[in-house]
Design a protein around this ligand. Sequence first.
Ligand SMILES: C[S@@+](CC[C@H](N)C(=O)[O-])C[C@H]1O[C@@H](n2cnc3c(N)ncnc32)[C@H](O)[C@@H]1O
Length: 232
Amino acid sequence: MLRKKGMKVINSKFEGIYWLKKGKRKFLVTKNLVPGFRSCNEEIVYVNGREYRVWDPYRSKASAAIHKKVKEFPVKEGDLILYLGVASGTTASYLSDIIGEEGVIYGVDFSASALLPLIQIARKRENIVPLLADARTPSRYINFVEEVDVVYCDVAQPNPTSIVSTNSNLFLKESGYVLLAIKASSIDISKKPKEVYLEEEKKLKETGFEIIDSVNLVPYHKKHAFLLLKRK
Ligand SMILES: C[S@@+](CC[C@H](N)C(=O)[O-])C[C@H]1O[C@@H](n2cnc3c(N)ncnc32)[C@H](O)[C@@H]1O
């Protein structure tokens, strides 16, 4: 826990996301929606009476994408998010800070052991709804999820395009966004990551998505890219 003087928090270019300046260093932070809460033993800092959580780019692809200057990060207060591959909720907890009490994250994961810690987190963060289900069969959760502003997908599967496309067709608002993490080695281990990203981008365009931005997550996450998409 840090309460040191000489730190200041400034707005990032994205809503609900800030830079904490500490001397010459800067850290991405969000305002803690649940004071005292930590998701992954991250640093908590207090500046001007407010509590912030440090959002580590090595532990979250969304934070890495912001560090790598993704053009937009379209998550805002009150948003509804369908999160595919939510796991134990590290990244989801930061999105939960950003969307606040009026927003909701429907967090899907097919691994009960991955989801178990999220159930504890959701007791404190009431804007997270954990769903034990396979993102490839959204019919299983169609009755529990409403129309969303953002589909966030980080499933490390060989067919991310098909997964985001099926889920977006069912749940994404016409004006909504998709944030997609791509793990090259889950798709084709024999090809260079850049080749895999380009092939996946081509498939996404053919499926009806516009690629607004694509950032390579090296050095934070090897062989990973992060894409920002909208429907054409
Ligand atoms: C890389 S981890 C996600 C980490 C998480 N997004 C974060 O940043 O905190 C990938 C997760 O996707 C889940 N997953 C993989 N395939 C899935 C599928 N078809 N349906 C649902 N979850 C899946 C895995 O169980 C795993 O928990």
